[in-house]
Design a binder for this molecule. Structure first.
Ligand code: HSE
Length: 440
């Protein structure tokens, strides 16, 4: 293998992150060349609208709107994809890999849906596929799982990996905002996906969890294996009452390996103790809290979105891939674990069997005997109440009241039964809601 004297890249996508990459490459060119041992040269930038790319970042001659320009140029060493979405990005990456190019991508949806296929192809073609920016933007969690913790056994991984959801719940708590107002703020600040339902429904976090769990457990985790619930049904009342019990509500993504060998994979809002590490990851910050059998607790926290944090992760991947090219060390970090080949097939724990404490919120007309009926339903499902609060009528004679309970540990299946039965009580207004309490 002859070492190229420059690392030549083709950049597909010149949106917010793409322009961040160009800015970083321009401003840090000297230090990057020193750290890599060779300069990085941008050979092509493919943009949907080349006219909108700032000329101070890239000469017009390098701009195009046709991805083939990158694929057909034998001088491109590394293809960098920051377009996002399944297609045409997937087809483009496949042909880049088939053509023997090294690939760096920030595309979490594509990796969560087709990561196994792309990695298998990359190994067959002996090219590297790097994707640090796909999970939690500027936080180097992929590198930590693949390299720094390579000798450990991951007991559990708990993350806040959607900045929009964290921002929304933080603002509901700190400023007393209602859900839609807090979401609008997050969108204005630029954390949200083009379609914010992916953020608040838990879909974006599920993509990221599927990638993290695949790396942590060497198992082929698919999106369908993840139990997903969004933050969109959390109300201002929940946030206030959770606080009264000493909890914050956080948008969690959890992967754990149980003693049985099965994986517990969940994305949902959860009550966490106010004093816990994740309760204090506020605003749009992301965090991944890994519990390793050897290292113990290990916290990484930082910005999970934004042009420059995300661009930084992409450019560091280019540096890493570039080092591999310069030393002829392709495939230095084997991806077999990502394909789940080395381990037995994945077993996912039946979500109904997940045991935890729950927060239950019920709105009802205030009638004599109401609490007795509610307690009867819980008793019938063998769910035991730990604490209970009833919020008053707020002045109006027949305004509904809110009853909130914390339960002792119970299986999710039983809680679903409780919610179903409660909805049949004639006094109940709206749908009763359960939110999990996450320990640890
Ligand atoms: N929309 C994502 C978030 C950022 O809110 O965290 C990119 O993954």
């Amino acid at each position: 293998v002859t070492s190229p004297r420059r690392i030549r890249i083709g950049l597909l996508g010149a949106g917010v992150v793409g322009q961040g990459i160009l800015e970083l490459l321009r401003d840090h060119a000297g230090t990057i060349a020193e750290r890599l041992g060779a300069p990085i040269e941008v050979r092509h930038v493919v943009a949907r609208d080349p006219n909108r790319v700032r000329n101070d970042l890239v000469p017009k001659a390098l701009l195009s709107f046709d991805p083939r320009v990158i694929l057909d140029d034998p001088e491109v060493d590394v293809v960098v994809e920051v377009v996002g979405g399944l297609e045409p990005a997937g087809t483009f990456l496949r042909s880049a890999i088939e053509g023997g190019r090294q690939v760096v991508t920030a595309n979490k949806a594509l990796l969560a849906e087709r990561g196994h296929e792309l990695i298998t192809l990359a190994e067959a073609k002996r090219v590297d596929l790097y994707f640090e920016a796909a999970v939690a933007g500027g936080i180097p969690i992929i590198r930590v799982l693949r390299e720094a913790l390579a000798s450990d056994r991951i007991v559990a991984l708990r993350g806040i990996v959607n900045g929009t959801s964290n921002y929304v719940l933080s603002r509901m708590r700190d400023a007393g905002l209602a859900f839609p107002d807090a979401l609008r703020e997050a969108q204005e600040l630029g954390f949200a996906e083009a379609d914010p339902t992916l953020d608040v429904s838990g879909g974006d976090a599920a993509h990221k969890l599927a990638i993290l769990a695949t790396l942590a457990y060497g198992a082929q985790v698919h999106l369908d294996d993840v139990t997903v619930e969004g933050i969109d049904e959390v109300t201002a009342t929940d946030v206030v009452l959770a606080r009264r019990f000493g909890f914050a509500i956080k948008p969690l993504a959890v992967a754990r390996k149980l003693a049985s060998g099965a994986l517990d994979l969940r994305v949902h809002p959860a009550l966490v103790e106010e004093t816990s590490v994740l309760a204090n990851i506020s605003g749009a910050l992301n965090a991944v809290y890994v519990e390793g059998a050897m290292v113990g607790p290990c916290l990484l926290s930082g910005l999970g979105a934004g042009a420059l944090p995300t661009a930084m992760s992409v450019v560091s991947d280019i540096v890493d891939v570039g080092r591999n090219l310069l030393t002829g060390a392709r495939g230095r970090v084997p991806s077999r674990a990502f394909r789940g080949e080395s381990l037995e097939p994945i077993q996912v724990r039946d979500p109904a069997e997940h045991r935890t404490r729950f927060y239950l919120r019920i709105q009802s007309q205030d009638r004599p005997g109401l609490l007795g009926k509610i307690a009867g339903v819980l008793g019938a499902f063998d769910v035991s109440i730990e604490q209970l609060v009833q919020e008053g009528r707020g002045g109006a004679e027949d305004a509904p009241i809110t009853v909130v309970m914390l339960t002792h540990e119970a299986p999710e299946g039983a809680i679903r039964g409780v919610l179903r039965e409660l909805a049949f009580l004639p006094q109940i207004v709206g749908r009763p809601k359960a939110i999990r309490i996450e320990e640890g």
